[in-house]
Design a protein around this ligand. Structure first.
Ligand SMILES: Nc1ncnc2c1ncn2[C@@H]1O[C@H](COP(=O)(O)OP(=O)(O)OP(=O)(O)O)[C@@H](O)[C@H]1O
Length: 281
């Protein structure tokens, strides 16, 4: 049986724990993402990759998504933007009923969801500021598509580069930046969309520990300051414990643990990474 990742109490399949109230987010607000009993399989004869997932993401919270390789983290993120084949269940993101959208509405939805990836996905030979400006192309008229960005947009892109701490690199070619700096550019590009939600799929998997911490701190401060939910998939448990308000643990496509981060510890989350042969005992 899968669990609902939308309530403050810690819930695991094995333990019940008394825990402090989750004061990190405004739970009087409506969630910006809701997922109900989501099932996904990629082909008719393949097993379910997500099996009954429930999830709410609230304004201002940073939620870490943990799970071993193949547990379904990326698929869950893809489902939020209509990129995964939903077998059954409901997905609502930024006010869109994701499973019911036509192409035009899917583009609108995706323009409102900022995405950050492990490999940054910048255009290396373009300047840093141009990369950031491309984040606004969803909302721009055709005249902006060939480099003639409006000065208001350039100002905003520069302000966002300041926000992420690398305004001095605005005119450098993106490929000349370090990994941590490139990820900051990618975050500024996501912010250029004025996103209502940010999804970060293993955003620090290519970064060293110091860079990982600073990028995660940045994402969390953005969630808090902008009042948007940030969902971050991670492989490193201590990073999740240090840099999130809430943790969701996926195993074989099911949420097996969920709760406010201060109420969780490594022992409670160990099941997420339990070895296959232990599971069979
Ligand atoms: N496009 C696809 N077609 C078929 N199967 C897929 C597809 N994408 C993912 N899968 C399968 O779905 C399962 C979950 O994959 P997913 O990428 O969501 O896991 P993950 O937890 O993000 O893994 P990782 O941490 O390695 O990125 C895996 O068994 C994978 O092989």
């Amino acid at each position: 049986m899968s669990m609902t990742a939308n309530t403050p109490p810690v819930e695991t399949t094995n333990t019940t724990t008394t825990q402090p109230a989750d004061t990190s987010t405004d739970r009087r607000a409506r969630p910006l993402v809701t997922v109900r009993d989501l099932k996904v399989r990629y082909t008719d004869d393949a097993p379910l990759v997500l099996d009954g997932v429930n999830l709410d993401l609230y304004p201002g919270e940073t939620v870490a998504l943990l799970g071993s390789s193949g547990s379904g983290k990326s698929t869950l993120m893809k489902a939020l933007t209509g990129f995964a084949p939903v077998t059954s269940g409901d997905v609502n993101a930024a006010g869109y009923d994701v499973t019911q959208l036509r192409q035009k509405q899917l583009r609108e939805l995706r323009s409102q969801v900022g995405q950050v990836f492990q490999q940054f996905n910048l255009i290396g030979r373009l300047s840093v500021i141009t990369n950031v400006l491309t984040g606004g192309l969803h909302n721009a008229g055709p005249s902006n598509w060939f480099g003639s960005f409006r000065s208001a947009d350039r100002k905003r892109a520069l302000a966002l580069l300041e926000r992420v701490g690398i305004a001095d690199k605005a005119n450098a070619e993106a490929r000349t930046l370090s990994g941590g700096q490139q990820q900051r550019v990618a975050i500024a590009r996501a912010l250029m969309q004025n996103p209502r939600v940010i999804l970060a799929d293993e955003p620090v998997a290519s970064l060293d520990p110091r860079m990982s911490k600073s990028v995660l701190e940045l994402l969390r401060s953005i969630a808090h300051d902008e009042g948007i939910p940030v969902l971050i998939s991670l492989h490193v448990l201590p990073l999740a414990l240090e840099h999130s308000d809430r943790i969701i643990g996926l195993r074989h496509g099911e949420i097996i643990v969920s709760g406010p981060t201060p109420a969780l510890d490594a022992e409670q989350l160990a099941g997420v990474y339990a070895l296959e042969d232990e599971e069979d005992e």
